[in-house]
Design a protein around this ligand. Structure first.
Ligand code: GLU
Length: 430
């Protein structure tokens, strides 16, 4: 640290002009809980996060100044097993967002039949303004602050928005240093060299592709006659687009933070990926026409994949969406107020807690491989993922049909019922 007087800096709290994500989650939870006739005590139990931790992360910046960042970890539920969920780095990370995302992880793991509970963590920071050294310090301090929370049998983090394999490697190393032994199973989404799994990086996109194909099959749509629009060109959006293209679909629209792009004849996804590899974003991509960001979601298409962030489909634009199927690659891209509008229009929505569950499913495979110390082939990972995604899609479909509700409410019913039944068996310890 420099000799200059350090000052304390806090990232400002975010101004939330979006619908509260926890409220959005709870509105769906309430509908499902009501249909399940959940007892009031169980309702209270399942809606309340088990632990909500806020940590302060003081970091000496590269010039010696001290900045204090705020970090969060919310464990929503651990009835099914150790809690599981990503860590995100973003300027608008808030406790309410973590609570919603942690609850979604609980429901996601329950739907997928994975023996994990749900958690989510994050640090309020702008990673685009941080050097690799600052990112490493934030990650290590965040991990050491949560050293008693994390653990292969307690709480297992993973990548999420703006976090990657390198960050998971630092989490693993910090935890291992504290424990005085190498402990790969404490975190998933690691580099292969540290006990990561083949297929983990592509898993969320692959799961979205499988969900999209399952939904298309239900509506009798053939991939070669299907047009697709993907919002978000990061790990989830770009892989979904690439894999759907491989299945024969025509990707007519893509977008990222820099803008949206349209090509009626179909976008060459390999070229778009190549462009992003050299230019960081899609800005200036010559293979398509630049269009308005808002217009992307409203394009005439068969399948829309919102794979960017929360609150993209709201009561303001839901009425203008023309897709027949929406496959939610992101967590919470549709607000609760938009749900009835989409349902009214007859759009089949494959909800986030099902559509993007491929990531946590292969995280589970990674955790299993780390604990056994025996690593699977890519074929084994992908075929097991496909089987589990299809089984989960089927269960959600059957549940929705039984209760005459949307796939989203069907997914909540399936998940809440499973967690509630497990709670009944375990009983309340007092
Ligand atoms: N962050 C991912 C999600 O939201 C993956 C979580 C995990 O693998 O634990 O599903």
């Amino acid at each position: 640290m420099s000799t200059q007087q350090p000052f304390i800096y806090r990232e400002p709290a975010p101004i939330l002009d979006k619908e509260n994500p926890f409220e959005s989650m709870m509105q769906r939870f309430d509908v499902a809980a009501h249909l399940l006739n959940l007892e009031p005590g169980v309702y209270e139990y399942l809606k309340t996060p088990v632990r909500q931790i806020i940590v302060s992360i003081p970091i000496a910046m590269d010039n010696g100044e001290v900045k204090v960042f705020e970090g969060f970890r919310v464990i929503h539920n651990d009835i099914l097993g150790p809690s599981k969920g990503g860590i995100r780095y973003a300027p608008d990370v808030s406790l309410d967002e973590m609570k919603a995302l942690a609850a979604w992880m609980t429901w996601k793991c329950a739907i997928m039949n994975i023996p994990f509970g749900g958690a989510k963590g994050g640090v309020r920071c702008d990673p685009s303004r941080l050097s690799p050294l600052q990112l490493e310090k934030i990650t290590r301090r965040y991990t050491s602050n949560l050293i008693d929370t994390f653990g292969p049998d307690r709480d297992v983090p993973a990548p999420d928005m703006n976090t990657n394999e390198q960050i998971m490697a630092w989490v693993m190393d910090t935890y291992s240093m504290h424990m005085r032994k190498t402990e790969p199973a404490v975190v998933t989404g690691k580099p292969l060299l540290l006990g990561g799994s083949l297929g983990r990086r592509e898993a969320t996109g692959r799961g979205c592709m499988i969900s999209a194909l399952s939904a298309m099959e239900k509506l009798g749509m053939k991939p070669k006659d299907t047009t697709v629009v993907v919002q978000g060109f990061g790990n989830v959006g770009s892989i979904t687009a690439q894999l759907l293209r491989e299945q024969g679909c025509r990707i007519i629209g893509v977008g990222d933070v820099s803008g949206a792009f349209y090509n009626k004849k179909g976008i060459d996804i390999e070229k778009a990926l190549e462009w992003v590899r050299t230019n960081r974003t899609l800005a200036g991509f010559p293979g398509a026409e630049a269009i308005d960001q808002d217009a992307l979601l409203e394009l005439e298409c068969d399948v829309l994949v919102p794979a960017a962030k929360e609150d993209q489909i709201t009561h303001r634009n839901a009425g203008k969406i023309k897709a027949k199927i929406i496959v939610e690659g992101a967590n919470g891209p549709t607000t609760a107020k938009a749900d009835p509008i989409l349902q009214e229009k007859g759009i089949l929505v494959v909800p986030d807690i099902l559509a993007n569950a491929g990531g946590v499913t292969v995280s589970y495979f990674e955790w299993v491989q780390d604990r056994v110390g025996y690593f699977w082939s890519l074929d084994r990972v992908n075929s097991r993922l496909e089987r589990m995604m299809k089984e989960a899609f089927h269960s959600v479909f059957v549940t929705a049909d039984k209760y005459k509700v949307s796939l989203r409410i069907g997914a909540y019913i399936l998940a809440i019922d499973k967690v509630a039944r497990t709670l009944k068996l375990r009983g309340i310890y007092a």
